[in-house]
Design a protein around this ligand. Structure first.
Ligand code: GAP
Length: 445
């Protein structure tokens, strides 16, 4: 084919990715026809496939083991949950306003001695004040103080308040964990960088309940497992690093915390947090609810409140990191051979294979659509007959499809097809009857 890779460059700016996401149906601005709404995004047909594949990868890694079970708790919870968890009193960021342009900033994100970063006015910033990040809403038809509820700012509390329900019904012995995927909401002062920091996002969290005194060993275990999970999704480990929270910056519930950082085009930032939460949450709920939440060790008859090691990863943020990581421009400036390719791990790729009849001819399309239907029983596949074959390959490269299968006139004679692999662009001739088996071999993860 004469296609060869001479040079390869990484994603240079977030705007490049934002534009691909819109152009190819990964992510759209929410309510775009009304001019959009701040920091809210909608996942398009390819984005939702990618996101589901990512969630599935996490869910499998967490629950296909004996010591972790799943949960799906509701978003709205009793308001006292957030009192006991400390979120009502301490889940806030320091906020400053510019008296001139009215823009708001997080005090810890700007230099308070300098002029306003937005309008440049001197001495216009107010003193910092604490701004609680929880969204409030009303439950039921009467709007008064007693009907006020919060949108959960983390999924974790649904797990803490269900700790004994899960432990007793599943007859779990400590150590064991509970895993959950769900939406969380934070009224961030300065959201931004596309889907990196938004006010509505999805978390994938796992709380691991351990005997007091054993938390450090399990912390180390989960640190290693979580790092390996990111690598197993194809993320380059040289673009990842650990960041330990300094003691004076720990969240209100943690006595030790390490974040997984990824090197985004705008710099290094957090994608996941591993936290040692002690018995802070269970103790808080036990005290405020008046209900005992202790674990009874059947072997020793000991009763205690377990300690918790938490792994908390943002689904949207990890998806963004994976897209940044997969994005490559090859042969830049060489008009004929330049291409943008998303080198997703095949298990995450939204479309697993594209079926491409060489030309729009009934005899080719008949074979191609039969193959498409057959493969669709197992995989999300695409069928494309528009434009030149080169253009169609480029389109599939840009959305990260691992395999393109071309049906040409030779197929009608030899009952074989050409399979092109995305990254190497090498092509193989495979018998039509063996295509499904070939893909099954490739997609064995
Ligand atoms: N339960 C612990 C907890 O919520 P966190 O460090 O506040 O810990 C965990 O959040 C993860 O959730 C972060 O590492 C990030 O990936 C994601 N996350 C937090 N706030 C976010 C936001 N505003 N937008 C997108 N993702 C967010």
């Amino acid at each position: 084919m004469g296609e060869h890779i001479v040079s390869e460059t990484n994603l240079k700016s977030m705007s490049e990715l934002v534009s691909l996401c819109k152009r190819r149906g990964f992510v759209f601005q929410s309510s775009e026809v009304y001019g959009g709404i701040g920091s809210c995004w909608d996942y398009g047909p390819l984005g939702v496939e990618l996101k589901n594949n990512l969630k599935q990868s996490w869910w499998k890694s967490m629950t296909l083991r004996d010591d972790v079970v799943g949960l799906d708790a509701s978003i709205l919870m009793h308001p006292l949950v957030w009192k006991a968890s400390g979120h009502v009193d301490t889940f806030s960021d320091p906020l400053v306003d510019c008296k001139n342009c009215k823009q708001r900033f997080r005090a810890d994100h700007i230099d308070l001695k300098k002029p306003c970063p937005n309008c440049g006015t001197r001495d216009s910033l107010t003193e910092p004040r604490e701004f609680n990040l929880m969204f409030k809403t009303q439950m039921g038809p009467v709007e008064d103080a007693s009907s006020m509820v919060y949108l959960r700012p983390e999924t974790a509390q649904g797990i803490f308040v269900n700790f004994l329900n899960v432990q007793t019904t599943m007859r779990k012995k400590i150590p064991f964990g509970i895993a959950q995927i769900g939406k969380a909401f934070r009224n961030e002062i300065t959201p931004g960088n596309f889907i990196f920091r938004t006010r509505e996002f999805e978390q994938m969290e796992m709380q691991y309940f351990v005997a007091p005194g054993t938390q450090r060993d399990f912390f180390n275990m989960w640190q290693e497992l979580r790092w390996n999970w990111h690598v197993s999704n194809g993320m380059r480990s040289e673009k990842m690093k650990w960041f330990q929270h300094p003691e004076d910056k720990l969240a209100h519930y943690a006595d030790l915390a390490f974040d997984v950082y990824y090197e985004f085009p705008m710099g290094w930032d957090e994608i996941e947090g591993i936290h040692s939460r002690t018995d802070f949450d269970l103790k808080g709920h036990q005290e405020l609810s008046g209900k005992k939440l202790e674990y009874v060790d059947q072997a020793t008859n000991q009763k205690y409140l377990p300690y918790v090691v938490e792994t908390s990863v943002g689904c949207d943020r990890t998806l963004l990191a994976l897209m940044c990581d997969a994005y490559r421009t090859e042969n830049e400036g060489d008009k004929e051979n330049e291409r943008v390719v998303l080198k997703f791990h095949p298990k995450l790729a939204p479309i697993k294979a594209a079926i491409l009849p060489l030309m729009k001819k009934p005899e080719l399309e008949e074979v191609a659509s039969k193959l498409h239907k057959d493969l669709q029983e197992n995989y999300k596949t695409d069928y494309d007959v528009t434009a030149s074959i080169g253009k169609r390959y480029r389109r599939q490269d840009e959305i990260g499809t691992p395999y393109c299968i071309t049906i040409d006139y030779d197929t009608l004679q030899d009952q074989a097809v050409t399979i092109r692999e995305r990254d190497s662009m090498t092509q193989e001739r495979i018998a039509l009857a063996n295509v499904k088996k070939y893909l099954m071999e490739k997609f064995k993860f």
